[in-house]
Design a protein around this ligand. Structure first.
Ligand code: TXA
Ligand code: MG
Length: 313
């Protein structure tokens, strides 16, 4: 029998697990994170073991507030302006502060660090209760779909990882990652905050990292976020396939889920991983996916769909 963990029922219980150097998954507004004390190398190593991550890739460091973030990274005046958008589904890559206490395995020994302050009351309470930054990749086995509910985390790890349940995730895709270079912003990963939204909020252009400039990391591997089913994109459904629709759906006798009947990209992002999980649980062979407009949050949705459809290694 698979040993099962006991889920914490309070933030204090979850914080005690993390402070003891063990893993605890927790809700954020983007996806569930597999959390570890980022200052504890053994704890961070168990993240890689538990996820079956092939390499030591740098992890996002979750902080409760700017004061905590400033213990970890150097903030220029420009970086502080961008950081004023926190708490948000936005991760900033900044120069690491020397002797910041983070385990090298958490940052893969880089001289930069990816930080975010999540926009979720339970996540914030948890980090505050632990009193240390938390390293937290999505709480799924490497390469698989990111979880947007506590049950998906339990299923993914066979009940071996305790989960602090905070309900279904509101955003449903991972955070947008921006590198700050002087007074320029470069998007390394499209995510739950649309590029245009950052540009509007700050009045600064956000460039998109091209090919090799993009980070070498699991989220950047061609095949990632993959369901068990095969995926066929930008298409209507064929017989025997399941259909993941967007907006007005064609008549179809088979299994259909609609990311957003009204064509709302925010709703579609929120439903994306959940509906893929659901179709997978039904054991469907192929999922055909409707075209999604490549603007706003559509950029992140299409990125995740392309990776889910990519040839598997
Ligand atoms: O929404 C999210 O961001 C979720 C939730 C749980 O907060 N977390 C998440 O974390 O997706 P993670 O650790 O899987 O994200 C890692 C991404 C990778 O693509 C990695 O390369 C990038 O962050 N990253 C981390 N440190 C970096 C650095 N110093 N420079 C560039 N990219 C970095
Ligand atoms: Mg992930």
């Amino acid at each position: 029998m698979i040993p099962t963990s006991t889920d914490p029922s309070t933030v204090a219980e979850a914080a005690a697990i993390l402070r003891a150097g063990r893993l605890c998954a927790f809700a954020t507004e983007t996806v569930y994170g597999l959390g570890a004390d980022a200052t504890n190398a053994d704890a961070v190593l168990s993240i890689y073991e538990t996820k079956g991550r092939p390499r030591f890739n740098p992890l996002i460091i979750h902080c409760a507030d700017l004061a905590m973030a400033e213990t970890v990274a150097e903030f220029s005046p420009f970086a502080r302006k961008v950081a004023a958008l926190w708490p948000a589904s936005l991760t900033l890559v900044l120069p690491a502060r020397p002797n910041n206490g983070l385990a090298d395995v958490a940052t893969a020994g880089l001289d930069t660090v990816a930080i975010r302050i999540p926009d979720h009351p339970i996540a914030l309470d948890l980090i505050r209760a632990v009193g240390r930054p938390l390293a937290a990749p999505s709480a799924n086995p490497s390469g698989r779909l990111s979880p947007t509910t506590a049950d998906q985390v339990r299923q993914g790890f066979g009940g071996r990882v305790p989960v602090l349940d905070g309900g279904p995730c509101q955003a449903g895709v991972e955070s947008t990652i921006l590198r700050i270079q002087g007074e320029r912003l470069v998007q390394l990963r499209a995510g739950a905050v649309a590029r245009e939204e950052v540009e509007r909020a700050l009045g600064v252009e956000v460039a998109v990292a091209a090919g090799d400039a993009a980070i070498a990391a699991p989220g950047m591997l061609a095949s990632h976020y993959a369901p068990n089913a095969q995926m066929r994109l930008n298409s209507g459904p064929r017989e025997e396939e399941a259909y993941l629709a967007f907006g007005a759906a064609p008549q179809f006798a088979g299994i259909v889920r609609n990311l957003s009947p009204s064509g709302d990209l925010r709703e579609a992002a929120r439903n994306l991983f959940s509906m893929l999980h659901e179709l997978d649980a039904m054991g469907v062979g192929t999922i055909a996916v409707a075209p999604i407009p490549d603007e706003g949050l559509g950029e992140a949705i299409n990125d995740r769909l392309r990776r889910a459809a990519a040839p598997r290694g």
